[in-house]
Design a protein around this ligand. Structure first.
Ligand code: ASP
Length: 441
């Protein structure tokens, strides 16, 4: 059994949180490789260290003295060190950082220091090895990860360690300079380490006990999702239910390594286990027929109707070109015999929807084109819905009983989800109705 445990910023925000991480890691000998983020917010109004590091860089860029911001960062790390009685030489570390700052170092270098110092302190605290991510995570100059070299080095260097802490979020270019992932990228580091080391499980420790069936701001006390497949998660994340960095999924999914989302503040909670479709077991089958509900407001629907459209070849392509030519991607295209609707978030067509309507009229040679705004999409996800007669009936009845008008229905042939479009004003009510119909029946 080998576990890679990645801890997010809220799990490392102060000495108290460091202690919780210490206990979690020490509690299980299988937690051999620990990946850490930079300290996050301690309270709602606090700052993330990474944000302050970006701010430091902005000061340098605009030739404003950076010292006051760097001092805040330094004080936060020093406070953790003092409260935990650690011996890491932070004075030297900050002297080196200042030297780099005064010598026009890159933004990536500066912002990576949050993870670097967080890992230094955690390795000191756990009394185990510190492995710098620049020596084990390698990027090509086109910003992609050099997978072979990364795997080889991770195996070689981590293989020698009984336990090691690795900073998340960054690696290095072939010339040794620092390169970061996009924001939230420590999740990716954890996933890459899990893949290279052949982990049994990738634990992703955060401040929530996994995913909930619905947004707790809408549904009171929603149930926790115990198990979810990668495909289901993709559908839910796309609609805004996100806890993990998108790119963190691929390395572990490919290797069939489950991800366990766990809560540092409630370690006994089993959290949510993300598995591959082929790892679905009996336990999973016993759970509710749907796995989760998520949605987003503010969509625009472009409705195109034309007599005898069904016989016309190429009309859909012509309509889609109107969006393609502007570099706008579209989300859904539900269709009828003589009509179709192009659905996309309103922000993509903010100031140009009338222009698009006019162009659709010309391209599709019909006057019957309208745009409808202020619509929401709600997706109800569950691989168990496939081949289950009656699921959509439950959903539509729930909406009907609550007087909610459905403006669009979309179900792919994989039957993994049903998407409905409703008016923005009915958004919360619709989610509650669906939740109650499937979970509280
Ligand atoms: N510290 C980085 C960020 O705030 C990376 C991470 O936490 O995953 O984006």
């Amino acid at each position: 059994m080998l576990k890679v445990a990645k801890f997010g910023g809220t799990s490392l925000s102060d000495a108290q949180q460091f202690k919780k991480v210490y206990n979690i890691v020490k509690n299980d000998v299988n937690r051999k490789y620990v990946v850490v983020s930079a300290p996050g917010k301690r309270t709602k109004d606090d700052n993330k260290i990474t944000d302050l590091l970006y701010l430091t860089h902005a000061h340098i860029k605009y030739s404003v003295p950076y010292e006051p911001v760097l001092k805040i960062i330094e004080d936060r790390f020093k406070l953790i060190k003092e409260e935990l009685n650690l011996k890491t030489d932070l004075d030297t570390e900050f002297r080196i950082i200042r030297e780099h700052l005064d010598n026009k170092c890159s933004e990536d270098y500066i912002v990576s220091r949050g993870e670097y110092l967080s890992a230094k302190l955690m390795a000191d605290y756990l009394n185990c090895d510190f492995v710098d991510a620049k020596d084990v995570i390698f990027f090509n100059y086109d910003c992609s990860v050099n997978e072979d070299k990364t795997r080889e080095k991770l195996k070689e260097i981590l293989g020698r360690s009984a336990r090691a802490v690795i900073p998340g979020f960054y690696g290095s270019y072939p010339d040794g300079t620092i390169k970061t992932f996009s924001r939230g990228g420590s999740d990716i580091t954890g996933s890459i380490v899990s893949n290279a080391m052949g982990a049994t499980i990738y634990e992703n420790w955060t401040d929530v006990s996994g995913f909930l069936v619905a947004d707790p701001r809408i549904v009171e006390n929603p149930k926790q999702i115990n198990k979810i497949t990668y495909q289901e998660l993709r559908e839910l994340s796309y609609m805004g239910a996100s806890v993990l960095h998108d790119e963190a999924i691929f390395p572990v999914r490919e290797a069939g390594i489950p991800i366990n989302i766990k809560n540092t503040n409630e370690p006994e909670n089993p959290g949510t286990l993300i598995i591959r479709d082929d790892q679905v077991d009996e336990d999973y089958a016993k759970e509710h027929i749907i796995t989760g509900i998520a949605g987003k407001k503010d969509f625009s629907f472009f409705y195109v109707h034309k007599e005898h459209m069904a016989n016309e070849v190429g009309i859909l392509r012509k309509a889609l070109e109107v969006f393609e030519n502007r570099g706008i991607s579209v989300d859904h295209i539900p269709s009828g015999i003589d009509s179709f609707t192009i659905v996309l978030p309103s922000e993509r067509v903010e100031k140009i929807s009338h222009e698009i309507v006019e162009e659709l009229k010309i391209k599709c040679k019909t006057e019957n084109v309208q745009v409808h705004r202020n619509l929401s999409l709600i997706t109800t996800v569950g691989i168990k819905m496939a081949y289950q007669p009656g699921t959509s009936a439950i959903l539509f009845k729930a909406l009907g009983d609550n007087n909610i008008n459905i403006r669009m229905i979309d179900q792919g042939s994989s039957e993994i989800n049903i998407i409905v479009g409703v008016e923005d004003k009915d958004f919360d009510k619709a989610i509650r109705a669906i939740y109650n119909a499937f979970i509280n029946q």
